[in-house]
Design a protein around this ligand. Structure first.
Ligand code: C5J
Length: 236
């Protein structure tokens, strides 16, 4: 449903999300080989990486829909400098010994910038000119220029996608919410290694009247973006 101002109501929970034309960006969090493919950081922590791979197809569709109507797509990557000087010891010492951040793995040094495993999976590769935020933490605002990037582009709303739901997606959504951004988390475009965390992670976003934001399906967000396109191409 469209409203006379520049808003589109996206079916969502706990209420429809008022998507504002020109003020929304799609953020794609950490869709990196290290989290999604065997041999990376995710697997080194004992996780079944196949559970994250189901996000790729709907997310590719959503990214295409955003690009088609000029909604900016911002990608993030979690990782560290080669000398690990930006990795706190508390983080460095997690995981199985010899498979920790900075250790060699089948896709290069685990979660180290510039390594094959640190980069985004082929299916979701950023286009030239799209912003890629390299972040040392779980949240995309911590120790990055994301807030400045969004301010410069006049963005006040984020369509939130990526992995993992309860870690970097949640941390970034919470950081964004505290900074005044309206966040629409796309349920089938976020993924967790734990089905229960996926379910509860989404519940937590939309509970208490949308304490951190809204939750919608990619079908509904894609349809809203398509109607944005119809509006901009149909003469009044
Ligand atoms: C994790 C992330 N799970 N991107 N990172 O360590 O969620």
């Amino acid at each position: 449903m469209t409203s006379p101002d520049s808003r589109i109501e996206v079916p969502a929970e706990p209420t429809a999300f008022p998507l504002v034309e020109g003020a929304t960006a799609l953020i794609v969090i950490d869709m990196q080989r290290d989290f999604l493919l065997p041999g990376g950081f995710g697997e080194s922590l004992g996780n079944d990486v196949s559970l994250l791979q189901r996000v790729v197809e709907p997310l590719a569709g959503l990214i295409a829909a955003a690009r088609a109507v000029g909604v900016p797509v911002i990608h993030t990557r979690e990782g560290h400098l080669p000398d690990l000087s930006d990795c706190p010891p508390a983080k460095l010492h997690r995981g199985a010994p010899s498979k920790r951040i900075g250790d060699p793995g089948p896709s290069g040094r685990i979660l180290v910038r510039g390594e094959y495993g640190h980069d985004i999976v082929d299916e979701l590769r950023p286009l030239p000119g799209e912003v890629v935020i390299d972040k040392p933490g779980k949240g995309a605002f911590y120790a990055t220029d994301l807030q400045q990037v969004l301010a410069d582009a006049g963005i006040t709303q984020l369509i939130v996608t990526g992995v993992t739901t309860e870690v970097c997606v949640h941390t970034t959504t919470r950081e964004a919410n505290d900074r005044g951004y309206e966040c629409l988390v796309v349920s089938d475009c976020v993924g967790s290694y734990f089905p229960e965390f996926q379910r509860v992670g989404l519940e937590m976003v939309k509970a208490q009247g949308g304490i951190f934001g809204w939750v919608a399906s990619s079908d509904d967000v894609v349809a809203a973006l398509a109607s944005l396109s119809a509006r901009t191409t149909t003469p009044a």
